[in-house]
Design a protein around this ligand. Structure first.
Ligand SMILES: [Zn+2]
Length: 425
């Protein structure tokens, strides 16, 4: 039996003590800032405008002196100075590959031994040398396919560059080539497994899949359980972007995604721009020490929550508990930020409610929050229930709203958890 639970790619680094980690972070931070300042013209301009010199940055707290570079602005930044907007430290000719993301925006890949840093994620997820891995991420234009491919090769796996689509062929390949590992989205994995079932491929009968790393989508716990119980597959999730590669990965414990040791990740309060502590929602802002693409305070637009509680796996890095959503889904109401996940939390705490939708309007100079509540079948709209919804919403969002009981058909823009009807003139 292969041990898919314990294992490290770089044990010394992954298990650094707090003091070692602090020293390591300080070193890679200073190197990254100096390298970017000296070689990436856009970063130098940004720092000069803010009056910050590399010598002013000694530890992570000093990073706050440098303004953010927003992923949402990448297209226009790049357009001003093609192809990389002055953010890359090397010329396009020095790159190994150049990818094209929707927009289009251009993503450089350098000639470093590992540019995207997914090796730790695979080992943590349970991949081992000798695994035959079906990689269903896209291989053309997008970096997704190749970034995982390269890491798998580096840890000693064999890769089938399957790419997206072709469900039936995917299922056949999984059987014919005795595939043991899968990389791709969780929904596509389920699609392949269900197609396989129709074709008579099942655990112990042509299905030898043991381990999967999924990304690019939410992995609901109910789906993870199905993979494990129905198909016997150990499924772990990871989080990353086309700009920076790996930003987090689950270990065997499966309770949050370890932040890679070799990047600096801040969570920033969208309201104040200040770093938030464990348990609080903030935007993921990355500083990437890289020879090729040394991004300094790159704001991804993703919202997350972290913990620095020790993980039983032995890795000492902090963990991102989950990706909460996108910053463009966040709505500011009465000076507080409200996001769709909070609406889900309220729903979870009031079981009589089937679904909730917040409608934000403006009366005079004040924001008003109306909570449209659709009740489960057979539940009566009582005053006690109304009070409980108001109180729960206040606990979660710190905003007092008014409850209106409605039918599901009355919700405007049904899939939306927050509807902003304010007019700004
Ligand atoms: Zn862990």
């Amino acid at each position: 039996m292969i041990d898919r639970k314990r294992g490290f790619f770089d044990e010394a680094q992954e298990r650094m003590t707090a003091a070692e980690r602090e020293g390591f972070r300080r070193r890679i931070l200073c190197d990254a800032v100096r390298h970017a300042y000296e070689n990436a013209p856009a970063t130098r301009r940004k720092m000069d405008e803010a009056g910050v010199r590399p010598a002013d940055v000694h530890d992570v707290a000093d990073l706050a002196k440098i303004p953010l570079t927003r992923k949402a602005d990448l297209k226009s930044i790049q357009k001003g100075e093609l192809p990389f907007g002055g953010l890359a430290a090397l010329s396009p000719r020095a790159m190994r590959r150049i990818y094209v993301s929707p927009g289009p925006t251009y993503d450089p890949e350098g000639r470093e031994e590992t540019h995207w840093r997914w090796e730790k994620a695979f080992v943590a997820a349970g991949f081992r040398p000798g695994d035959i891995v079906q990689n269903t991420f896209m291989y053309h234009f997008s970096p997704a396919g190749l970034m995982f491919d390269e890491a798998l090769l580096r840890i000693g796996c064999t890769v089938i560059p399957a790419g997206v689509g072709n469900t039936e062929l995917q299922a056949q390949v999984m059987r014919d080539l005795a595939v043991t590992g899968y990389v791709g989205t969780p929904s596509f994995l389920m699609t392949i497994l269900e197609k396989g079932k129709e074709m008579g491929i099942a655990p112990g009968n042509g299905l030898g899949l043991q381990v999967a790393l999924v990304a690019a989508e939410m992995l609901p716990e109910s789906l993870r359980r199905r993979f494990e119980e129905e198909f016997g597959i150990q499924v772990r999730q990871a989080y990353g972007t086309a700009d920076v590669g790996s930003l987090g990965y689950e270990c065997f414990e499966g309770k949050g995604m370890h932040i890679p040791d070799e990047i600096l990740l801040e969570l920033i309060d969208p309201a104040t721009g200040e770093p938030v502590g464990p348990g609080k929602i903030g935007e993921v802002v990355v500083t990437l020490p890289s020879e090729t693409y040394p991004l300094i305070r790159f704001a991804t637009g993703d919202l997350s929550v972290c913990t620095d509680d020790p993980c039983p796996c032995g890795r000492t890095s902090a963990r991102l508990l989950r990706i909460v959503g996108r910053i463009d889904q966040v709505t500011k109401v009465k000076g507080m930020f409200v996001h769709p996940e909070q609406v889900g939390q309220i729903e979870g705490k009031v079981p009589e409610v089937e679904t909730l939708q917040l409608v934000i309007t403006r009366v005079g100079h004040e924001d008003q929050m109306t909570i449209q509540a659709v009740l489960g079948e057979g539940t009566s709209p009582t005053d006690a229930l109304r009070t409980r919804i108001v109180e729960t919403a206040r606990e979660v969002t710190r905003i007092r709203g008014e409850v209106v009981f409605v039918n599901a058909a009355d919700l405007s823009g049904k899939e939306k958890k927050i509807v902003d009807n304010r007019k700004w003139e």
